[in-house]
Design a binder for this molecule. Structure first.
Ligand code: T4K
Length: 366
């Protein structure tokens, strides 16, 4: 059997991409805000129900730029339970991350614990909609308003996620950052975006991702090269055509896993309410011997991943921070020692899902 990875990109038929390539070859505009780049920004705004969106070369550069755009300094409160890029974006800006524990249900920053971590140096909160599960956006905003803090959401997993009333989750906070990496629900091979509510901020972000250039002779900031190329943008336009079908397929896979894994001793699935999810990942929590199950799956060609183990706060560049102490992060520590993300992508077959479930059942009875 071929290996089954935790994620796998959905690729449209190759021949459907050829007309886009021909156009790029004809125009000879390969990057720097070409036709496909402009089109993708527009259609993504419509699809996601957001006002302004600026495409980036990847999610990490977008996070780094988002912090620059709002001139964030000092300390930023964030979660240890995420991909390491979240906190790295702070270090790249000379900002001190302050880790706060997560909620055991949503697996996102626990709003009840944020206030205690605020100091006179705190300028912002950077929560993550982990696995695409929405943060408690209202409570986070309330705290931010009370303490005059900015909120930048790392929404790398949250493409198309809705809030409780059906609005886009990306409309909360000052900025939200998406990743369009190959492993994501919507991908452009590599890519990302910053979502912002107003024209002025969008202009600043657009300048920052283009070295700070406003026109041929004017540079207004020490910008970076964060531009998405025409090939990536063209692929995004093609991908978007199949996104609803892909999301529907993910939902079915999620349901099949849940049905197959219910009532298995020592194995827990998440429980956040299905109306808000985009089924980006399928984490399970193994009460005992998580690594033994992880290895058993691997031995059978199933390459699940322990997203997110180790915690960011346990990596060498963070672990000396007072907020990184294990005693400060008991929920995140526990979850990170129990989690395995099972394969989740639209082309996963029922037979493959059932095989994975059978391996887990077999593990639980031995
Ligand atoms: N914030 C959060 C919360 C994030 O999760 C991420 C990225 C970021 C920020 C940063 O966004 P980007 O700068 O990446 O746009 C993967 C992804 O590379 C990373 O984008 C993602 N989060 C993270 C959760 O997962 P790895 O190191 O686990 O990737 P890798 O190469 O081991 O891929 C996982 C599996 O996917 C492989 O076993 C095989 C499969 N795969 C992978 C690639 C690259 C494919 O089938 N095709 C492919 O092209 O980080």
């Amino acid at each position: 059997m071929k290996p089954i990875y935790v994620t796998q990109p959905t690729l449209p038929p190759l021949e459907e991409f050829l007309p886009y390539l021909e156009k790029i070859w004809d125009n000879k505009i390969l990057t720097n805000g070409g036709e496909f780049h402009q089109q993708l920004e527009q259609v993504l705004c419509e699809y996601l129900g957001v006002k302004h969106l600026s495409l980036f070369t990847n999610g990490t550069i977008a996070l780094i730029t988002a912090l620059q755009a709002l001139r964030i300094t000092g300390e930023v409160i964030t979660t240890p339970y995420s991909f390491v890029a979240t906190a790295h974006s702070l270090l790249w800006n000379g900002i001190k991350p302050v880790f706060v524990d997560i909620d055991p249900i949503t697996l996102n920053l626990d709003p009840a614990k944020i206030e205690a971590a605020i100091t006179p140096q705190t300028t912002a909160i950077m929560p993550v909609h982990c696995y695409g599960y929405p943060c408690d956006v209202e409570r986070i905003q309330q705290i931010a308003d009370n303490y005059n803090l900015k909120v930048i959401y790392d929404a790398a997993h949250a493409f198309g996620v809705q809030d409780k009333s059906g609005g886009g989750i990306l409309n909360y906070g000052d900025l939200s950052v998406l990743s369009f990496h190959a492993t994501k629900v919507f991908n452009t091979f590599e890519g990302g975006a910053i979502i912002c509510p107003d024209e002025k901020t969008k202009r600043r972000i657009d300048h920052l991702k283009n070295f700070g250039f406003v026109d041929e002779v004017t540079v207004v900031a020490a910008g970076i090269n964060g531009k998405m190329s025409e090939i990536n943008a063209a692929f995004g336009l093609l991908q978007l055509k199949g996104i609803d079908e892909a999301l529907g397929q993910r939902k079915k896979i999620d349901a099949r896993y849940r049905e197959g894994l219910k009532n298995i001793a020592g194995i827990r699935c998440t429980n956040i309410g299905e109306h808000v999810a985009n089924y980006a990942y399928f984490p399970i929590f193994v009460e005992q011997n998580r690594d033994a199950l992880y290895e058993k799956l691997k031995a059978n060609g199933i390459f699940g991943r322990r997203y997110f183990y180790p915690l960011i706060s346990d990596f060498p560049m963070y672990r000396a921070l007072p907020s990184a102490a294990a005693a400060n992060l008991p929920v995140a520590q526990k979850i990170s020692h129990e989690v395995i993300c099972l394969p989740m992508y639209p082309n996963l077959t029922n037979e493959e899902i059932d095989f994975i479930i059978s391996l887990i059942i077999d593990f639980s009875v031995t």
